[in-house]
Design a protein around this ligand. Structure first.
Ligand SMILES: *Cc1c(COP(=O)(O)O)cnc(C)c1O
Length: 506
């Protein structure tokens, strides 16, 4: 049966490959599968499969207009030795829970799980829809997504990627990771402005019809790689199925027994993927949504009101510092009874008043979710406690989830087997992690800290960190905000970009 994708804000309906190509629906809505397919394959069979085989079983149920060969080809190119373990997403048991390590890819964070396959899904979708143009990915980044997208698209034929980041607005390690990116089709530009300006600049370029026409004549078209693309969401369903199957294979779960999942949440993509897995029929019990001090989601789950009118707090789990969780719209649409008119009303309220309240009936639809949050001090304490108790070291985002899981246990006494999504390697947030273990580490410099973390945690320094110690800088363009469009044009025309000083020097 063909699974079609419908906008959350209108009746626009497209195929899977069209949804991947478009990213966002024409009305600004998000694409959702009209029906969530069933996982019509016994767990006993899944238990014997590797990650790639599991990925095929899950994704083929959703991306029904891809041929078996196309999808397998995408999967093979994505989940290869870019990952530092054959298991791709291994499980580690610590202190009574299973940590699903989603950080073994190129940039040691969970965004790699989807961004390593998106480029291939996108180029395959282009081919299927007779798009002759080369796909140009434009992204503004506050640090993490940019690097994961660069790593995913590097040297993928028929694509180019341009990433804008705020010069001086990302961490030194994040900047080094980006400016050392290899691949002839990659392009990294610092802008003299902040992240919001970078993002607005990119949006303007996307919205510029004249530029789109010019690009089309040159054989290019823009696309984006952000987390609302179904080509990112669906690949994330895979690892929940995989985790369940592996726990069953190891005798930790019996077939059909429930498993709870705990997800450190920002944009709501990762936990929504778990919700999709549950709706496919995977025996998932509670979906435990963990927030940091930016606890919009916790408030939403407890009150039914989503309210972004509040102070934005910078935390040590920056990838979760978000006040508008874009992917929540897909859940709202669903609990509104797949009603695009009702959903649009609420989203309009969100954009005009910054808040909306759901009905009691809709609240019923949230009963599988549990929301809570962890403060900065609680998060740091959890890193230290877990390390002291078990020797296992987790990153700050994972620690938010781990801490919320402790609160859940205390609240509910529900001892159902729990899987905690471990979304970043501790080596990605070395300083915060090591400081949480002992304040004395703050005196050490970054690479020495990584060495120390490796020593006390008894884990090898990931390749991603080793590489940037010695990698050469390949991108050094810095431009003014109003030069972003011209920079993209120059790059696509193949004109060598001038050195930073000659483009609007200070
Ligand atoms: C993006 C990210 C998250 C949040 O995931 P969402 O899908 O946006 O909810 C959590 N942790 C890390 C390390 C991330 O990079």
């Amino acid at each position: 049966m063909e699974v079609m994708y419908k906008s959350t804000r209108s009746s626009q309906t497209v195929t899977a490959s069209q949804a991947i190509l478009k990213g966002l629906a024409d009305d600004g809505g998000l694409f959702v599968p009209v029906t969530i397919p069933k996982l019509d394959i016994p767990v006993s069979k899944l238990a014997g499969m590797n990650y790639q085989e599991t990925a095929y079983e899950v994704m083929s149920r959703f991306f029904t207009d891809f041929t078996e060969e196309e999808l397998k080809d995408c999967i093979r190119k994505a989940y290869d030795d870019k990952f530092d373990t054959k298991e791709i997403a291994p499980l580690k048991e610590a202190d009574g829970a299973y940590y699903l390590e989603l950080f073994h890819g190129a940039t040691i964070a969970f965004k790699d799980m989807a961004l390593s396959i998106l480029p291939h899904l996108l180029t395959t979708s282009a081919k299927k829809n007779n798009v002759k143009n080369e796909i140009v990915i434009l992204t503004a980044t506050s640090g993490d997504t940019g690097k994961a997208a660069l790593a995913g698209f590097a040297d993928v034929p028929h694509t180019k990627i341009v990433v804008f980041y705020p010069k001086g607005g990302v961490s030194p390690i994040q900047e080094k990771q980006m400016v050392t990116q290899k691949g002839d089709n990659t392009f990294v530009v610092g802008i003299k402005g902040n992240f919001d300006q970078a993002q607005s600049g990119v949006k303007e370029i996307f919205g510029n019809k004249e530029l789109a026409k010019y690009m089309d004549e040159k054989g290019f078209q823009f696309s984006c790689a952000n987390s609302i693309n179904v080509g990112r969401l669906i690949p994330q369903v895979v690892y929940y199925v995989y985790a369940y199957a592996k726990l069953t294979a190891a005798g930790k779960l019996t077939d059909g027994e429930l498993m709870n999942v705990v997800v450190p949440t920002g944009n709501f993509g990762n936990i929504l993927a778990a919700f999709f897995a549950k709706n496919m029929g995977l025996p998932i019990g509670k979906l435990i949504c963990a927030s940091n001090d930016n606890k919009v989601l916790y408030d939403f789950f407890t009150t039914g009101t989503y309210d972004k009118n509040r102070e934005f707090i910078l935390t040590n789990s920056p990838s979760m510092d978000i006040l508008i969780s874009s992917n929540l719209e897909r859940l709202i649409y669903r609990i509104a009874g797949n009603d695009d008119v009702k959903n649009q009303e609420l989203m309009k309220a969100l954009s005009t008043e910054g808040k909306y309240t759901i009905t009691d009936e809709m609240k019923e639809g949230l009963k599988d979710f549990y929301g809570n949050y962890a403060t900065e001090a609680e998060t740091a304490k959890r890193i230290r406690d877990l390390y002291e108790k078990t020797g296992y070291i987790i990153d700050t985002h994972t620690a938010v989830a781990s801490c919320v899981y402790q609160k859940y246990l205390a609240d509910t006494k529900d001892t159902t087997t729990a899987v905690i999504a471990s979304t970043a390697s501790p080596f990605k947030f070395t300083r915060s992690v090591m400081k949480a273990i002992d304040e004395k580490y703050d005196a050490m410099e970054d690479f020495a800290l990584a060495d120390e973390l490796s020593k006390i945690g008894k884990v090898k320094i990931p390749r991603a960190i080793e590489e940037i110690r010695t990698a050469e800088v390949r991108h050094n363009t810095v431009v003014e905000v109003d030069e972003m469009e011209a920079t993209v044009k120059k790059f696509l025309n193949g004109t060598p970009i001038q050195s930073p000083t000659s483009i609007g020097g200070e």
